[in-house]
Write a protein that binds this ligand. Structure first.
Ligand code: ATP
Ligand code: MG
Ligand code: FE
Length: 352
């Protein structure tokens, strides 16, 4: 089955075509991502109105390219999927409305995909893993440990009580004067920095729940930076290295607890899976490898390009749903907020 996927929840305008075989394996036929970094860079972050307008301008061309590169016509589609949230509502409306138009004109099923579910199911596309698995979702808007027991079946074991990890990387980058987007910049600076120079507090260390907290660490970085008379490039590298090392330590501690909670409720996970933009960080990959090994499971991480926002993950989540007969109607609503675990309560600060 061929599925077109559309992603417009943030600052990437993306479309992709994937093919899902009847044995459940998937293949990416095209995956076009047009980042709007240039449009937003001079503002130091994503400006929602500019993003929405850029999606309007770009999406038709991106869908066209995805279809052409896949070498298929709309009539061959088994369905069209769009991220219907959570995200910046203007962009979500653009993507979902476009998908509805395609579904209607070409008489093909519509799937309104949760963007977080798409991150969560990506390792089934890349590695074909079976349920249940423990997901560590770390992106610009979310930081969660989730038990994935089936398509549409998610139990949140832990979440951040304030900032998301990607958000913390972005804010630290900004306060140190590094260009947007900050995550990759902090990682690059950290590579040649001294991680032992600044001793930052380790948030939530040893707590029995699997929640995260990042805002205290972010403030600690700001405080140390403001103590320096003049910030040299080496200071920036050392601050980034110390910050990143603390995030790694805290993440390992939180995941150890999360994996223990997983085992108690769902038995042994088939894997620890990391997804979301932060999983593109190579240092985090190393740290998670140790966590998985200690917990007696394997680590699976999609390649970086499939960790950050893309259309292939939306198409794949759509295909997984279509295979189970889970389609949506033209009434599907765009949603700024949309919890992956329907039973979870929103923590303070959710949606930032
Ligand atoms: P969400 O998926 O929660 O809606 P989003 O779509 O903006 O948020 P993604 O595109 O999945 O998030 O990821 C972007 C985030 O990942 C940004 O905060 C970015 O700084 C972070 N990020 C990307 N690469 C790296 C890296 N190498 N190291 C650390 N963080 C990174
Ligand atoms: Mg993004
Ligand atoms: Fe994302």
């Amino acid at each position: 089955m061929l599925v077109l996927g559309i992603e417009t929840t943030c600052d990437e305008t993306a479309a992709a075509v994937i093919e899902r075989a009847s044995d459940g394996s998937g293949k990416i036929l095209s995956n076009i991502v047009r980042s709007q970094i240039e449009e937003h860079a001079r503002f130091g972050g994503v400006v929602p109105e500019i993003a929405a307008r850029a999606h309007v301008d770009l999406l038709d061309g991106i869908v066209d390219r995805a279809m052409r590169e896949a070498g298929i016509g709309f009539a061959q589609l088994g369905g069209v999927a769009a991220a219907a949230g959570p995200g910046l509502i203007g962009g979500v409306i653009v993507g979902l409305t476009t998908a509805k138009a395609i579904a209607m004109v070409h008489d093909t099923p519509l799937v309104a995909v949760n963007h977080l579910e798409a991150h969560a199911l990506t390792p089934r596309l890349t590695d074909g893993i079976e349920f249940p698995y423990c997901l560590f979702l770390a992106s610009g808007g979310h930081t969660q440990i989730v038990a994935v027991t089936g398509v549409g079946q998610y139990v949140r074991l832990g979440t951040t009580v304030d900032d998301a990890i990607g958000e913390a990387f972005d804010k630290v980058a900004k306060m140190l004067g590094l260009p947007y987007p900050g995550g990759p910049q902090v990682e690059r600076a950290a590579a040649s920095g001294d991680a032992t120079r600044f001793a930052f507090p380790r948030p939530m260390q040893g707590r029995p729940d699997a929640n995260f907290s990042l805002s205290g660490l972010k403030t600690a970085v700001r405080t140390e930076a403001s103590r320096l008379a003049e910030i040299t490039p080496q200071d920036i590298r050392d601050l980034c290295a110390s910050f990143q090392a603390t995030v790694l330590d805290s993440t390992a501690d939180r995941l150890n607890v999360g994996l223990r909670l997983f085992r108690e409720r769902f038995g042994a996970p088939r894997a620890l899976v990391a997804a979301g933009g932060v999983a593109a960080n190579q240092a985090i990959r190393g740290a998670l490898d140790d966590v998985a090994r200690q917990a007696g499971t394997q680590l699976i991480m999609p390649p970086p390009a499939l960790c950050t926002d893309n259309g292939a993950m939306i198409a794949w989540a759509g295909a997984e749903r279509l295979a189970l007969g889970m389609t949506d109607t033209m009434d599907a609503q765009p949603r700024a907020r949309w919890l992956l675990d329907a039973n979870a309560t929103a923590p303070a600060g959710y949606g930032k």
